[in-house]
Design a protein around this ligand. Structure first.
Ligand SMILES: [Zn+2]
Ligand SMILES: [Zn+2]
Length: 281
């Protein structure tokens, strides 16, 4: 623990703007962050997914960074602003190189690749998720989960991003076990195996409230059984909002901290301009 600092959290670093699929401009997000009294605001625009025409194309990265750097100067001394990116397993190599120049990277996957090689987005709509299971994986949701982690884990271990994004994203539309049983030992074994590999590399995991703010889930990613494993293994977590609007910048942070306390965590990590800060719970 550093310097006996107490909560609440003062950093929000998983955020999207109008440069990708967010509703608000970086300037609007920064104004809200300053009004909230945050110390660190990070922008993590989506890396490009050419197959979907989704995210910030490599040729738009210059404009994105210029705008974030402009805000950095405008808020100097008041709010530290970081320029990051949320990379995806489908991000082209050119952008992976560009990302190396940024302040930080979130490594995420938003899709599972079926045996025929087709990518299915897991977090777009429940209808598309149902179609992915039915058409891509012959109705076997656990085969989708297996494929998701099989692609994601080696990729993110090689990338070594500052933050690993929403570890169990494929549960987004699964409240109440709509598509698969999250208590099923076979599902849990797949998720725990993936998590253990990331813990072996001491990667920072996020507690992400994005699906809660959008009304899909009651609890943030990752699920409590995964949080318990992280704590048992001495792993590190940071709390993020995956905000797609200024209003969501710190959504659910207090509840996430309660959840961490209940799961036995003694500290949480926050990204600042000069690196990670550990804060006591
Ligand atoms: Zn994401
Ligand atoms: Zn995101």
């Amino acid at each position: 623990m550093s310097g006996g600092q107490r909560l609440p959290l003062r950093a929000s670093v998983h955020n999207h703007t109008t440069f990708c699929d967010g509703a608000d401009t970086p300037a609007a997000m920064a104004a809200t962050a300053a009004a909230l009294g945050l110390k660190t605001l990070g922008f993590s625009g989506h890396g490009y997914v050419p197959e979907e025409g989704f995210g910030i194309p490599p040729e738009r990265m210059g404009a994105y960074c210029d705008e974030v750097r402009r805000l950095q100067s405008a808020y100097a001394g008041q709010l530290s602003i970081l320029c990051g990116i949320e990379l995806d397993t489908q991000t082209p190599p050119e952008q992976l190189v560009q990302a190396g120049e940024l302040d930080y990277r979130i490594g995420s996957s938003h899709a599972a690749q079926d045996p025929a090689g087709r990518f299915w987005t897991v977090d777009d709509t429940p209808q598309l998720f149902e179609q992915a299971i039915r058409e891509g994986f012959s109705g076997d949701a656990l085969a989708l989960v297996r494929a998701y982690y099989r692609q994601f884990v080696p990729w993110v271990r090689a990338l070594r991003p500052e933050i690993v994004g929403h570890l169990d994203l494929m549960t987004k539309f699964n409240e109440g076990g709509r598509f698969f049983d999250e208590e099923d030992a076979r599902y849990r074994a797949l998720a725990l195996e993936a998590l253990d590999a990331l813990l072996e590399d001491d990667l920072m995991l996020e507690v992400n409230t994005g699906a809660v703010s959008r009304g899909w889930r009651r609890l943030p990613y990752p699920a409590p059984f995964l949080l318990r494993r992280i704590r048992e293994a001495g792993g590190r977590v940071t709390v993020t909002a995956d905000a797609h609007s200024a209003a969501a910048l710190t959504f659910g942070f207090d509840k996430a901290l309660d959840l961490l306390r209940e799961s036995g965590f003694h500290s949480v990590w926050e990204l600042a301009a000069d690196g990670w800060i550990e804060r006591g719970l």
